[in-house]
Design a binder for this molecule. Sequence first.
Ligand code: EPU
Length: 340
Amino acid sequence: MIHIEKNVSLYPYNTFGIDVRARFFCKIATVPQLQELIASSLYKTEARLILGGGSNILFTKDFQGLVVHMELKGIQTLAETDERIRINVGAGESWHDFVMHCVNQNWGGIENLSLIPGTAGAAPIQNIGAYGVEIANVIETVEGVDASTGLVHVFEKDECRFGYRESAFKVELKEKIFISSVTLTLTKKNHLFDIHYGALRDMLQQQHGDELTVRKISDAVIQIRQSKLPDYRKIGNAGSFFKNPAISHQHLQQLQKNYPLVPSYPSDSQNVKVAAGWLIEQCGWKGKRVNNIGVHPFQALVLVNYGGGTGEEILRLAEQIQTSVKEKFQVNLTPEVNII
Ligand code: EPU
């Protein structure tokens, strides 16, 4: 049986810690519950929002519709050999707890994605990535429920159209599919570690040379993240607020004339990505505080709510940052966070 609550505070359900309300709110723990909700009359008339861990969202106002909180649990082994394992994880499982479960078994492939907040079901939507690895690298299929028919659909990896912080679930399938679980393949031995990301390599080198393990990499990633990124349980935030922008090689060369140190990474044949955190810092925003909100002192790409800040204030700050980066560098910053 589903239970639809009214006028619910979303404060506990978003990592920015914004206190807005949902007109209707429903927790979903199983696929049949989801199908029951889809068949209900209220569902058909209300605007809806699918919410996982709320770690990539900025609420700027009350939500005048139905918020569906995805709480489907379960971790299941589907197949395994000596070398590999195929696992299915429920959309409502905490992503980091799942990573820790895999690290504890010495299963490799997602150790670089340790300590990312949010749920397993939300992870493919923005193709979470960190320290050179994206979830797309290990995904086999994504299982979902059609938001209008209630039918279960399995999306093959190709259909997910993964890109940098992008997927079909953010574009043509947005709000059309409830992701119910994710199936991925991890390695049990002969792991293919990726430690090319500068900060990670440096951290592992400091620990002096023994053999790399899944746990060592996970521990190093956790240490780096804890040193740079605020813990949302103490200071509200949604990780990187903007994407790292892609610009043309020509544009980069122009920037390098005045700013030889601008950090850049290959993107595709036409473009390079530049570090948005660096651009924002150069504009003088790093560590700036405006009343209860601000720009994090250690990572300029992270906007923070020190407590009591509103989504509108954060959005206004984000717009000011976009304007100054545009004026100084002629670069457009696009939010990575969903603004509601
Ligand atoms: N930088 C600055 N000033 C800052 C922040 C960064 O100069 O305030 C420079 C750094 O010195 C470095 C470069 O920018 O040269 C890159 O910084 P960092 O390694 O911190 O990574 P990022 O590009 O800012 C991205 C992801 C993070 C992910 C890290 C590590 C995006 C939008 N963000 O940040 O993801 O953890 O790389 O892989 O791609 C997230 O998506 O929420 C997130 C935290």
